[in-house]
Design a protein around this ligand. Structure first.
Ligand code: 26W
Length: 859
């Protein structure tokens, strides 16, 4: 068996094209009927009809898909058609595994995990599915025979961006890991027609355009029109007297929307297991009001449909900032209710009743976005399944757990009570009752502590009465977790301090991880091949053996091969920067990358200030022996986040000036790559030398880009924030360029009334940089453009950009110096990869499974 079959990179094959044409003229015999009727106990496939996994059978299957499903002859096929045909062929293999698995596990399904997330940032799936099925080599040959390269097909796949950033990408990595660990799981989310916007930079200003990932169809998904749940909104609650004198409350919604299921299979590593990502699409129960249409009211006839379907139209592009709109609440309730109705139906079908729900399912809430689940599950149990309140509460708390992903106060969701009362009147009653019982218990344990009651109440009174979704999620969960050790500690000390006292032990840590399949094996086949040669194929299944690389870190020959892989990846990135950012760079230079959402706390601005400082220094001493540096920026700003958009503009303004200035002799280049997404990351991550993880300490919950970059041999320049702290423990702090204030020091500074002018007074460099930017050196067309930005750094400096500036420049200096000693740099790069085994999302998921979900994991 081939242990590692990376994607080949071949040119187009003219001979193959001719062959494809001949094959098309004489299409291969249709497979017999593949599926037989499945009664329980019967194998769902005729063994004689099982798909073969040879390259020729794959070739025939692709050709058949092209011909009969897409209706195209090979001579007419475009790259997109080859992608579709290939994906459909690969999907058949996925389905086959799924059916066999269903047969094997029927009746002995273990506890199921349900991962509820408003975002799944999936990216492309072809390479992942092919890689996990072990079909890469066969597919390469199959496509070559058809005259197509695997990359032609691969690059034609749209990038599914149903998420904003870290939280959504984490959900995608977690799903893949759950399949890889054979944990029975469903992902539940929304099938947005339009994912995250396409970013275009016009003269350095971000502009947003709708993204249309479904316009040519999605070959991975199965529409399930028969799986549909009714979701209510508005209306009123009525009381119905029961014969025993009790009353039963009934919600009569004023409006209905249907949630229709679309299933995407998620294949685990080595095709071990297939789970399903079930995304809901909103449909109006009645597509058309025919009476209105016939009256000539054509808009009115469609109004309900438009209103209903707007729920799954578009992803909110907010990241760490409140969305606030009613539509967002409708989205959250829509998918949460659909998910819960769906899993309850499965529970009743399999177990006969809802009573054993907590033993049979684990419901993980990805942030507070699905937190309404606590009230909705209560409603379904009490109102629809006639479970007594106390028992329903025990079931709910036994089944639900919640992950917090941010401490930023402006990102903690809360909904105005009047909006909730209008949209979800029954839920509001339920929340009041949960709150009353919760506060009674608190009062009993802590009499006369009004501050405590106000702090842990589910209703906040600060900005009008609002339902605090974090508090609702907390009381309704058996475990609440943070996403890095530091973040979890800060949760205990800050947002959930009082809850932590009331419910000691409920808050646990689950440090994030990344899928090594996507973020090493698929995006960096060169490095993967080298690792397999050095450590054996076991490294593909047991990433902890990466530590053995430490023995090779000083080996000149190994270093040389490691560096050669990096060099090839840098050449690929250089091509992308030329084509997409219009910047020519030298692949020998130090590639210093910062790729993530643009946000003040992530401090792209600090990086830009350093860029300006370096530029000024190079101009002052042009003939010094400078380390050549390429600064790569990529990331999107929330459309309404003006400061973030201004920071993008500044990076572009600086790039324009620096890249054109002959006095720096090309030793400093700056590129802002537009439209950052998962696919761009797959090119940038393997090519980076230096990874910027420079958030204000205490503000980045975890970070996962930090992990991707270090795994691929980038050295980190960073603050002790999020999971970077734990990376330093695993890699060794001396192998990183750590700098700046700690989280505690940031808190102290803020409390002490820190001002950026204090830093400016002691740093000539900072003073010069601020003067240049503020004075319009980079904005000759608009001298005042950066006046406010610079003023905010001189004043409160909330994000400690001025405060950390000198320490950051010193760390940059250390990096530039080390880069000149290539053997030392390479040794450090190898040690970085060696220390990253623990950051696999398989490890994260195994921790969730054992410590939160109570699900067995095969190890
Ligand atoms: C209500 C507005 C809103 C929007 C997005 C609030 C919160 C969010 C997310 C929680 C922001 C987010 O993506 N957080 C990131 O989650 C990653 C996965 O855990 C972490 O690695 C990042 O540090 C964290 O910023």
């Amino acid at each position: 068996m081939v242990a590692w079959a990376p994607w080949g990179v071949n040119g187009p094959h003219a001979a193959g094209r001719r062959m494809a044409h001949l094959l098309w003229i004489a299409p291969p015999r249709l497979l017999g009927s593949i599926l037989t009727r499945t009664r329980s106990g019967e194998l769902p496939l005729n063994t004689t009809d099982r798909l073969a996994t040879t390259s020729s059978s794959l070739r025939d299957l692709i050709l058949r898909k092209l011909t009969y499903t897409l209706g195209k002859p090979p001579s007419e096929a475009r790259d997109r058609d080859w992608f579709m045909a290939t994906a459909l062929a690969v999907r058949d293999h996925v389905v086959e595994r799924f059916l066999v698995q269903m047969h094997q596990t029927r009746g002995k399904e273990g506890k199921h995990v349900y991962y509820l997330s408003l975002e799944f940032l999936i990216g492309r799936l072809l390479r992942e599915n092919v890689g996990n099925l072990g079909l890469a080599e066969e597919l390469r040959t199959a496509l070559a025979e058809l005259g197509v390269t695997i990359d032609q097909a691969r690059l034609a796949e749209p990038d599914a961006a149903l998420g904003n950033g870290g939280l959504g990408r984490l959900a995608a990595c977690f799903l893949e890991s759950m399949s890889s660990l054979a944990i029975p799981a469903f992902g539940y989310g929304i099938r947005y027609d339009h994912g995250l916007f396409r970013q275009i930079l016009r003269d350095g200003w971000q502009q947003e355009f709708p993204e249309d990932w479904l316009s040519f169809g999605n070959p991975w998904e199965f529409a399930r029109p028969e799986i549909r749940h009714r979701i209510g909104f508005g209306g009123e609650v009525t009381a119905e007297a029961l014969p025993d004198g009790d009353e039963r409350l009934r919600w009569n919604p004023g409006e209905w929307v249907d949630a229709v299921a679309y299933d995407t299979p998620v294949v685990g590593w080595r095709g071990k297991h297939v789970n399903v990502l079930r995304l809901w699409r909103a449909r109006a129960p009645d597509p058309l009001r025919l009476d209105a249409f016939n009256r000539g009211d054509h808009h009115g006839a469609l109004a309900e449909q438009v209103r209903a379907e707007s729920i799954s139209k578009v992803l909110y592009p907010s990241d760490d900032s409140p969305a606030g709109q009613e539509l967002r609440l409708r989205q959250e309730y829509f998918f949460t209710s659909a998910a819960l109705q769906d899993l309850l139906r499965r529970q009743v079908r399999q177990a006969g009743s809802v009573n054993t729900l907590a033993e049979r399912v684990s419901i993980q809430l990805n942030d507070t976005h699905p937190a309404i689940a606590v009230a909705e599950l209560m409603r379904l149990l009490v109102d629809e399944h006639a479970v007594a309140w106390a028992e329903a509460w025990a079931i709910t708390r036994g089944a639900v757990s919640y992950t917090n992903h941010t401490l930023l106060p402006e990102a903690l969701e809360s909904w105005p009570v009047p909006l909730m009362e209008r949209l979800l009147p029954r839920h509001m009653q339920i929340i009041y009752r949960i709150n009353a019982e919760h506060l009674d218990a608190v009062r009993a344990a802590h009499p006369d502590d009004d501050r405590l009651l106000a702090s842990v109440s589910l209703i906040g009174e600060e900005h009008g009465r609002r339902v605090r979704m974090g508090n609702l999620a907390f009381v309704g969960s058996h475990h609440v977790n943070g996403v890095s050790a530091l973040h979890t500690d800060l949760m205990r000390q800050t947002v959930f301090r009082d809850f932590n006292t009331l419910f000691p032990g409920r808050i646990v840590n689950k440090t994030n991880g990344i899928s090594f399949r996507r973020w090493l094996m698929q995006c960096n086949p060169g490095l993967t091949g080298l690792l397999v040669e050095a450590l054996g194929p076991k490294v593909l299944d047991a990433p902890d053996i990466l530590v053995q690389l430490r023995d090779l870190a000083g080996d000149a020959a190994f270093q040389g091969r490691f560096a050669a892989v990096k060099r090839a990846n840098k050449e690929a990135l250089a091509t992308m920067l030329r084509e997409q950012a219009g910047v020519r760079v030298d692949p020998a230079a130090l590639f210093d990358v910062q790729i993530k959402r643009i946000h003040e706390y992530k401090r792209q601005l600090l990086n830009v200030l350093h860029t300006v400082a370096l530029y000024e220094a190079m101009r002052a001493q042009p003939m010094r022996d400078w380390t050549p540096v390429v600064k790569v920026f990529a990331g999107k700003a929330a459309p309404g986040y003006h400061r973030a958009k201004l920071i993008i503009k500044l990076a572009c303004d600086v790039a324009r000036v620096v890249n054109r200035d002959p006095s720096v002799r090309g030793l400093l280049k700056v590129a802002f790559l537009p439209n950052y997404n998962v696919s761009a990351a797959e090119v940038i991550v393997p090519a980076a030398d230096l990874s910027e993880q420079i958030s204000t300490a205490g503000m980045e919950a975890s970070g996962t880009g930090n992990m991707k970059l270090a795994l691929n041999g980038a050295l980190t320049i960073g603050t002790l924030d999020g999971a970077t702290v734990e990376m330093a423990e695993h890699i060794g702090a001396e192998q990183m360029f750590l700098f700046g204030l700690s989280a505690d020091e940031v808190t102290e500074r803020r409390a002490s009334g820190w001002r950026g002018t204090q830093a400016e007074a002691t740093s000539d460099t900072l003073a010069e940089v601020l003067a240049a930017i503020g004075g319009g050196v980079f904005s000759p067309d608009d001298h005042g453009r950066y006046g406010d930005l610079v003023a905010s750094l001189r004043a409160e400096d909330w994000f400690m950009v001025a405060a950390d500036f000198d320490a950051y420049c010193a760390a940059q200096q250390r990096a530039a110096t080390l880069y000149r000693d290539q053997p030392a740099w390479r040794r450090t790069a190898v040690l970085n990869t060696a220390g990253m085994g623990w950051f696999s999302s398989d490890r994260s998921i195994a921790d969730y499974a054992r410590e939160i979900w109570g699900v067995p994991v095969a190890t």
